[in-house]
Every structure is written in structure tokens, then in C-alpha cells.
Design a protein around this ligand. Structure first.
Ligand code: DX5
Ligand code: ZN
Length: 221
């Protein structure tokens, strides 16, 4: 088992003070910064692009940045995010014309590649690409917005994906995104996840360190 990683989603951060807020959440114990890119095409919302990622690097943020692309098409943004300082890049396979090519582009750009599966996206998208994956991101809400409720059937899907990872013999991280809170993180870990995205659960509380510590305590039980 790899160490658990907590990845606050800056979708719920204070955009007017983004650098400060990201610094604050890292000081509070975050392992990775989750960066949600929405295009008002693949998902019905619009967020930020590579310039904001670069601005965070220029501000001095050195933690890994986990770019979650909710965009279509995918490929043209990959090198832009790599140049902007992304560490991990994942995309939704049905948004890419050529999944293997997009994964290869991410690896060629020096980033760690992942695929994202929506709640109703079938697991067959994982066929033939397991050896290219650093992480698999299972959406536990429909993508596009923070603050939604965790879809319980994700727990069953997590177990299925975990089995696939084990059968592959690859060292692939299993990340969960959407509705992750202090009160469900233990069950999510129990189902096989080792990387936890949490937006509103962390940024909507005044004391980020307290929430992250509560999550770690839950994970340790
Ligand atoms: C949703 C995003 C998530 C979002 C999670 O499309 O991919 O990363 O920020 O937000 P919470 O944790 O509030 O459900
Ligand atoms: Zn996300």
C-alpha cells in the first residue's frame, strides 16, 4: 500500500487570494494540489487554465500539482500544462480522440499520466492502457461542480478498479474525487482508494489543518 495522499481541490479556494490560500492549505498538511480545469464544453462550468498553474509556480508553490482536465479536446492543453508546472495530468477518456496518444503525450511531457472515469463510465476504458497509468481517478460525483454529495455506488466501483490494479501488477494510484469528507474517507480508503481529493470539505472550513488532521486520523483507524 502506498502512503495516503490528501489533495485539496482549489475549485473551492478563494480565487481572489489563490496563492495565499494554496500556501495555507499546504502548510496545513496537504500533500498534493488538485487543479480542476473546466471548459464549458465537456462540463457545464468554466474555471482556469495553464496561466493560473504557472502563476502558482511563480508564486512559489512547490507541491505536486494534480491537473484534472475536464476538457474536450484534450491534447492541445497537455504540453501547455507541462510547461506551466503540472506534475500529474489526467483526462476523461471519452473526451479524447485517441486515448493512447494522449497518455503518451503526457508521459513525453514529463508528467505522470492518469485516466478519469465518471460515475457511469465503464471500466473497459482501462483495457490496454494499464501500463501507461500512474493514477486512475474515479469520480464520485458527476464532474463540473464542487460541493456535491458522494455517490455511494462508487465504493463498489472502487473495489473493482482496485482488483484490476492488483491484477495488473502495476503500481497505480487510485484517486477519488467528489464529496469526500471526514465522515466517509475511511470507507473510501477501505474500498481501495489511496489518494483523496477534497474541495469544499477543506476550503469551506476555517481551520484547514484541523480538517486534514481529522481525515488522517480517520485513515489511520
Ligand atoms: C468536480 C471536481 C472536483 C471538486 C470536488 O468536477 O473534479 O475536484 O472540486 O469538490 P468537492 O470535494 O466539494 O466535492
Ligand atoms: Zn477534480
Amino acid at each position: 500500500m502506498q502512503p495516503f495522499l490528501i489533495a485539496p481541490s482549489i475549485l473551492s479556494a478563494d480565487f481572489a487570494r489563490l496563492g495565499e490560500d494554496v500556501e495555507k492549505v499546504i502548510e496545513a498538511g496537504a500533500d498534493v494540489i488538485h487543479f480542476d480545469v473546466m471548459d464549458n464544453h465537456y462540463v457545464p462550468n468554466l474555471t482556469f487554465g495553464p496561466m493560473i498553474c504557472k502563476a502558482l509556480r511563480d508564486y512559489g508553490i512547490s507541491a505536486p500539482i494534480d491537473v484534472h482536465l475536464m476538457v474536450s479536446p484534450v491534447d492541445s492543453l497537455i504540453s501547455q500544462f507541462a510547461d506551466a508546472g503540472a506534475s500529474y495530468i489526467s483526462f476523461h477518456p471519452e473526451a479524447s480522440q485517441h486515448i493512447d496518444r494522449s497518455l503518451q503525450l503526457i508521459a513525453d511531457s514529463g508528467c505522470k499520466a492518469g485516466l478519469v472515469l465518471n460515475p457511469a463510465t465503464p471500466l473497459h476504458y482501462l483495457d490496454h492502457v494499464m501500463d501507461r497509468l500512474h493514477h486512475i481517478l474515479l469520480m464520485s460525483v458527476n464532474p463540473g461542480f464542487g460541493g456535491q454529495s458522494f455517490i455511494p455506488s462508487t465504493l463498489t466501483k472502487l473495489k473493482m478498479v482496485k482488483q484490476r490494479i492488483e491484477a495488473s501488477g502495476q503500481n497505480i494510484r487510485l484517486e477519488v474525487d467528489g464529496g469526500v469528507k471526514v465522515d466517509n474517507i475511511a470507507a473510501i480508503a477501505e474500498a481501495g482508494a489511496d489518494m483523496f481529493v477534497a474541495g469544499s470539505a477543506i476550503f469551506k472550513q476555517p481551520d484547514y489543518a484541523a480538517v486534514i488532521q481529522q481525515m488522517r486520523d480517520e485513515l489511520a483507524t
